[in-house]
Design a protein around this ligand. Structure first.
Ligand SMILES: *[C@@H]1O[C@H](CO)[C@@H](O)[C@H](O)[C@H]1NC(C)=O
Ligand SMILES: *[C@@H]1O[C@H](CO)[C@@H](O)[C@H](O)[C@H]1NC(C)=O
Length: 288
C-alpha cells in the first residue's frame, strides 16, 4: 500500500472542504476528480463510513462529484445511450468480459435499445474482467466524440455537429471488490463507469463463482454481491448481439432469465409504463 506522509493526508482532507470524521486515504476525494463543480453534491456525509461509492444528494443515479442536478428527460436519454455505447466500446478494447442484464436485457429483447422509461443500465462482469479493471484501469479517464457515436447509433452516419462533442468517462473500482461476501452490503457495486459531465453512471457488478456451494457439490452456482443468484449455464457461453448500435454480449439463456425475472407477460405485453409497442417502427412510443 502507498504510504503518504501524515501532513499530506491532513492537507488533502482540509482541501476537500468537508470535515472528515476520520482520515480515509483510500477515498477518491472530490478535489482530486472534480471537473467543473466547486461544491461536492455527493452523499458521503450521510453514508455509512465503510460505504465506498456515494450517490448524489439529489438523485441515486447521479454522482454528485460531477453534477449538481438531474438532467431533463431528453438529455438523460441521450446521455444514457452515450454512456452504454462508450462503456461497451471501452470494455471491448480492454478485453474485460461484460454483458447486459435485467432491464437492459429486456430493452435489448424488444428492439436492441434502452427502454425509454429506464433510468439506468444494468451490466455484469466476469471475475477476471473485474480484476483487470482493478489492477490496470482504476481511475482511468476515457474520452469519446459522443456526437459521432450518437449518429452511428441511430444509423444516421456521421454526427450532425461539425465539431464533435467530446465527453470523458472514468472507471472507478471499489476497493471492497475483493470482499466476496454478500454481508458487505454497503459495497454491492464493484465498479462504476461514470460520465464526468453529467454524473450519470453504470453500476458494474461482478458475477462470482459460489465457492461454498461448489465445496458442497453444487456445480455452476454463481451470484453477485447485490444477491442475484444465477446458474453458470444461463449466462455462458455468451451470445454476440448489438445494443444501441454497438456490439454487445448477452446471456446464453436470455429468454429464461427474462421470464424468471419479469414473468412471461413482460416478453409479450405491448403496453407498459405509459408506452405502447409500435410494431411498424419497432419502438416504444409514449402514450399521450
Ligand atoms: C481506485 O482508486 C481510488 C482513488 O485512488 C481508491 O480510493 C480505490 O481504493 C482504488 N480501487 C482499487 C480497487 O484499488
Ligand atoms: C467483508 O465484509 C463484511 C461486512 O462488512 C465483513 O464482516 C467481513 O469481515 C469482510 N471480509 C473480508 C475478507 O474483508
Amino acid at each position: 500500500m502507498l504510504r503518504l506522509p501524515f501532513w499530506l493526508l491532513l492537507l488533502a482532507s482540509a482541501l476537500t472542504s468537508q470535515a472528515l470524521p476520520t482520515l480515509q486515504p483510500r477515498d477518491a476525494y472530490f478535489a482530486s476528480v472534480r471537473t467543473r463543480l466547486t461544491h461536492d453534491h455527493g452523499g458521503k456525509h450521510r453514508d455509512p463510513p465503510d460505504k465506498y461509492f456515494h450517490e448524489s444528494t439529489f438523485h441515486p443515479h447521479y454522482d454528485g462529484r460531477f453534477a449538481a442536478s438531474k438532467l431533463p428527460e431528453d438529455a438523460r436519454k441521450t446521455a444514457l445511450t452515450a454512456l452504454v455505447q462508450t462503456y461497451l466500446s471501452t470494455m471491448s478494447s480492454i478485453g474485460a468480459e461484460t454483458w447486459i442484464m435485467h432491464g437492459s436485457l429486456l430493452g435489448w429483447y424488444w428492439n436492441r435499445r434502452i427502454m425509454p422509461w429506464d433510468s439506468d443500465v444494468d451490466v455484469q462482469m466476469s471475475e477476471e474482467g473485474m480484476r483487470e479493471l482493478a489492477g490496470y484501469y482504476n481511475m482511468t479517464v476515457h474520452t469519446f466524440d459522443v456526437a459521432r457515436m450518437e449518429g452511428e447509433g441511430k444509423g444516421q452516419g456521421r454526427g450532425e455537429g461539425k465539431t464533435g462533442r467530446r465527453r470523458s468517462y472514468m472507471i472507478e473500482v471499489n476497493p471492497h471488490y475483493t470482499n466476496a461476501s454478500t454481508a458487505d452490503s454497503h459495497n454491492v457495486i464493484d465498479a462504476r463507469w461514470i460520465d464526468m459531465e453529467t454524473g450519470l453512471f453504470i453500476d458494474i457488478t461482478t458475477l462470482r463463482r459460489d465457492r461454498e456451494a461448489q465445496v458442497k457439490g453444487y456445480k455452476g452456482h454463481m451470484y453477485s454481491k447485490d444477491k442475484h443468484r444465477i446458474l453458470e449455464d444461463d449466462i455462458f457461453p455468451l451470445r454476440d448481439s448489438v445494443f444501441e448500435g454497438m456490439p454487445v454480449k448477452i446471456p446464453y439463456a436470455y429468454a429464461e432469465l427474462l421470464e424468471g425475472e419479469y414473468g412471461r407477460k413482460a416478453l409479450a405485453k405491448s403496453s407498459v409504463e405509459n408506452h405502447r409497442w409500435d410494431r411498424e417502427r419497432m419502438e416504444w412510443v409514449k402514450i399521450v
